[in-house]
Ligand binder design. Structure first.
Ligand code: AMP
Ligand code: MN
Ligand code: MN
Ligand code: MN
Length: 283
């Protein structure tokens, strides 16, 4: 089943994507996606719409989210798949994780004002589809639209990453909580885009070991943010740690994302796909 065109990572206007769940579903289906999951950051408010849209477009569906976690002082993303979207502990956990975003955004805006960029909070809000989910991506869109930077990667490089004027350190969920919210709701926890964290070998080993100990079962091997060498490397890591493998574009927007929905290499046949473990949760 590793040859399935599954895309189990993308974002809608319910977090920091620019398309509605319905538009994403139509785009995924026309790109040949057979099994889809919408994984908005810290939010599952789009799940019922996505599930209905998947059905309307002839795709199978797994529930999804991408939880922001603080691990060893770094932000790590944990994708949850196949959980019960009405699970109360998961809903409360995500609500708490979203909770600090408003105050963080105000502080980011103050940092940007100090280098002469005024009104960034109000500006970013214009791009927000969900008032509980203001993210750095919305600031990036504002700074591109107003001509401060050419594209969103430039905004992150100059303004929104550690040590830069709009960066505000933040404490997200713990790794253990995120994994438990997902698994106790019947789903599977997956380490998102592991090559993106710039961990030392020791830190990465600690992440995978603790993730397993908490009950984590999967890792993204094929993602829009991995090179082919990184995919090979994390295929080995999946085997080493006995983790199932996931595949997802991390698509955010037709104007910003290099990897479109469903348009990425298939999972290597040597790995166990996460959707094999989730066969009973596929809608
Ligand atoms: P936040 O959850 O507010 O910290 O925002 C994180 C989001 O910002 C990620 O999910 C990406 O969508 C986006 N992002 C992070 N780093 C970059 C980057 N270097 N270039 C473009 N987008 C980025
Ligand atoms: Mn994002
Ligand atoms: Mn992510
Ligand atoms: Mn993502």
């Amino acid at each position: 089943m590793s040859f399935l065109n599954a895309d189990l990572h993308c974002h809608s206007v319910v977090s920091d994507g620019t398309l509605t769940p319905e538009a994403l579903a139509a785009r995924a289906a026309s790109n040949g996606v057979e099994l889809w999951a919408l994984t908005d950051h810290d939010e599952i408010g789009g799940q019922h719409r996505a599930m209905a849209a998947a059905r309307a477009n002839g795709m199978r569906y797994l529930t999804g989210t991408e939880i922001s976690v603080t691990f060893a002082g770094h932000t790590v993303h944990i994708v949850g798949l196949g959980f019960d979207p009405d699970d109360e502990a998961l809903r409360q956990g995500l609500l708490a994780t979203r909770g600090g975003r408003g105050a963080r955004a105000q502080e980011m805006s103050e940092g940007l004002a100090k280098v002469g960029i005024r009104g960034a909070y109000e500006g970013a809000l214009r791009y927000v589809g969900n008032p509980e989910l203001i993210s750095r991506t919305h600031f990036a869109r504002f700074l591109v639209e107003t001509g401060v930077c050419r594209d969103t990667p430039e905004v992150f490089r100059k303004y929104l990453t550690e040590g830069k004027p709009g960066f505000v350190p933040h404490r997200w969920a713990t790794l253990g909580d995120a994994v438990r919210w997902i698994t106790q709701a019947g789903g599977i926890a997956v380490i998102a885009h592991p090559a993106r964290y710039n961990f030392s070998a020791n830190e990465e080993y600690a992440l995978f070991t603790e993730f397993k100990a908490h009950g984590g079962q999967g890792v993204e091997v094929i993602t829009g943010s991995h090179t082919s060498a990184e995919a090979v490397r994390y295929a080995d890591t999946a085997l080493e740690f006995g983790l199932a493998a996931s595949r997802g574009s991390d698509f955010h927007s037709p104007d910003e994302s290099h990897t479109d929905l469903g348009q990425l290499p298939l999972l290597p046949g040597t790995l166990t796909p996460v959707w094999e473990l989730l066969a009973h949760r596929i809608q």
